[in-house]
Design a protein around this ligand. Sequence first.
Ligand SMILES: CC(C)(COP(=O)(O)OP(=O)(O)OC[C@H]1O[C@@H](n2cnc3c(N)ncnc32)[C@H](O)[C@@H]1OP(=O)(O)O)[C@@H](O)C(=O)NCCC(=O)NCCS
Length: 186
Amino acid sequence: MPPIFPETVLRTDRLLLRPFTAADVEETRAACSDELTQQWLPLPRPYTTEDAAAWCTGVSHHLRTSGDGIHFAVADTDSGRLLGTVGLKKTDWPARVSEVGYWAAPWARGRGVMPEATRTVGAWLLGGQGFQRLQLFAATGNTASQRVAEKAGFQKEGVLRNAGYVHSGRVDLLVFSLVPDDLAGN
Ligand SMILES: CC(C)(COP(=O)(O)OP(=O)(O)OC[C@H]1O[C@@H](n2cnc3c(N)ncnc32)[C@H](O)[C@@H]1OP(=O)(O)O)[C@@H](O)C(=O)NCCC(=O)NCCS
């Protein structure tokens, strides 16, 4: 059995990062059906209520217990409303390297939610979990995602040609990383 991340809840002043539950199904369906989400993530199309239920109550949890990573629902601390998700995947335990991915719900965009959530997960991973590198891939055309990486403190490393895929075809990916030295002083 590979190692697994512990079931975890993280908090900032305005955000609660917690496991998905059945209560997140409708907002997840709406967010994953959104045009911008569908443009940059190769999610099922159409994204149905059944897809959302499978993610919220099964797949997102299985990906933690299988050792692949950990997926957080990002909710508004005050209202409890789902704002997005941030998750770790393709974790290389011997190398202490993982990869972060995210989407923000259309009703939550433009408020810096994902930079804050991504930074929070990065600090948790590179701090208490003892990891050495968190990598992030964004299509060269996805400027909003590149801004998330920059605002969360990641450094840009280069371009991986033809490395990604979205519904419209193959894309070049920019690779960013966050390492423990990037967090020094925070
Ligand atoms: C990328 C994404 C997660 C950004 O999350 P966010 O919480 O809105 O992040 P921010 O508020 O920091 O905004 C980041 C950028 O989004 C753009 N943006 C701002 N307001 C926006 C809005 N209302 N709608 C869409 N994009 C907006 C701006 O370019 C902004 O950069 P700036 O701060 O330099 O102006 C979100 O746009 C998203 O879910 N996109 C679709 C899924 C996706 O691309 N996932 C990542 C795949 S690698």
